[in-house]
Design a binder for this molecule. Structure first.
Ligand code: TXA
Ligand code: MG
Length: 358
């Protein structure tokens, strides 16, 4: 058992639409006391701590085995609370918040002085968002402080979209999990950086590039993987979101050919799994290969919502290699492609697997 373990993690069911105030009050009291509470958001489950309390924030890094250099997102219950978190809120940030909050958009802004420096891993900026999930909002409101919360998974692993996933990774390491059922978006928020009039996506996510472009009436950049080596994108690790199994991501390969590759390794004695669209699965499932259906290929939001749960299900089935097909890189497809690429970079650990040096 590592130093991080030894806690009794309580799992408390809570109604996702109208959470019991007594349960929320108990969880909020834990946060106020510097403890860790995992809670549902509309994107993925978060691991919360009081963002004003350096010791509490440090506990997050220990519980997750997270690199202390990888900064956290601060969550607020009311849009006006952004003033408490950021030192400066430019007009463009207000415009985006007005349009996309509450919801899956995270803004990188200059860090306010009350926020524990550990949240930003020493940077002058802070990432902030206002979630829409009623449980998240009730909890942050009751705690009365901004809540730092990364995704509630162990470092480098797939984000948790259910309370069971949180426990798989963090049981014994955190004080409480509020269980409100599966997260609906199932993919993390979109992280954007603002510079003058320019909006740059640092991490594609629940709010799509197209949604941002439509709201702004101008193009939005997506930080390239090469540029991700720059200092502006801490935590954009190349190897991330990884299942235990090795992931072979085959964008641009037709599903029958993906299946053919899987079949070949299965014939060589490897336990294989497949990540496919619903329409690809018939026939292949009958062969006895482990298949996770992500949804119809043309429903990218559904595919995104299922992705992390499907990776965890294949891990639980004990497969050694996962073959994944690609999807269109539009809408939610940009985030799907990003996560599958990172998860498949797992073989490059020796090369540090990191997109930046800190
Ligand atoms: O949907 C989400 O964003 C979830 C839920 C819980 O809100 N949270 C989440 O947090 O995914 P995390 O810690 O797993 O990912 C935070 C991302 C990382 O890529 C991190 O590098 C980036 O946000 N980030 C945080 N602070 C930043 C900053 N000051 N500048 C640039 N990127 C930052
Ligand atoms: Mg994460």
């Amino acid at each position: 058992m590592s130093d991080a373990e030894g806690l009794q993690t309580r799992v408390v069911p809570v109604d996702s639409m109208s959470p019991d105030p007594a349960v929320i009050a108990e969880a909020a009291a834990l946060l106020q006391a510097g403890r860790l509470v995992a809670f549902p958001t509309e994107t993925v489950y978060g691991l919360g701590a009081n963002a004003l309390d350096p010791a509490a924030v440090r506990r997050i890094f220990v519980a997750k085995d997270r690199d202390p250099d990888d900064p956290l997102i601060v969550h607020i219950a009311r849009a006006s609370d952004v003033e408490m978190v950021a030192a400066d809120v430019p007009a463009l940030a207000r415009e985006l918040a007005e349009r996309f909050w509450p919801g899956g958009l995270t803004l990188v802004l200059p860090r306010g002085e009350r926020i524990a420096p550990e949240v930003s891993a020493g940077r002058r900026t802070v990432a902030v968002r206002m979630p829409s999930h009623p449980v998240a909002r009730a909890l942050i409101e009751a705690a009365g402080v901004p809540i730092a919360a990364p995704s509630a998974n162990r470092f480098m692993r797939t984000s948790a979209t259910t309370a069971a996933h949180v426990l798989d990774d963090l049981a014994g390491r955190i004080d409480m999990v509020l269980d409100a059922g599966p997260a609906t978006a199932g993919i993390e928020s979109t992280v954007v950086e603002l510079e003058g009039d320019r909006v740059t996506i640092l991490r594609p996510g629940a709010v799509t590039r197209e949604m941002l472009e439509e709201a702004l009436g101008r193009p939005v950049d997506v930080r390239g993987r090469e540029a991700a080596a720059g200092p502006a994108s801490p935590g954009m690790l190349e190897r991330h979101y990884a299942p235990r199994a090795r992931l072979v991501y085959l964008p641009g390969v037709m599903a029958p050919d993906v299946a053919a590759q899987a079949r070949e390794s299965a014939a060589a004695g490897v336990r294989v799994g497949l990540l496919l669209a619903d329409e690809d699965a018939p026939g292949i499932e009958e062969e006895g290969l482990a298949v996770e259906r992500l949804g119809p290929a043309n429903d990218l939001e559904r595919v995104a919502a299922r992705l992390f749960a499907a990776l965890r299900a294949l891990d639980a089935a004990g497969v050694e290699v996962i073959y994944a097909r690609g999807f269109a890189r539009t809408g939610a497809g940009l985030a799907i492609d990003d996560r599958l690429r990172r998860a498949s970079a797992a073989g490059r650990e020796g090369g540090t697997g990191r997109a930046e040096s800190g």
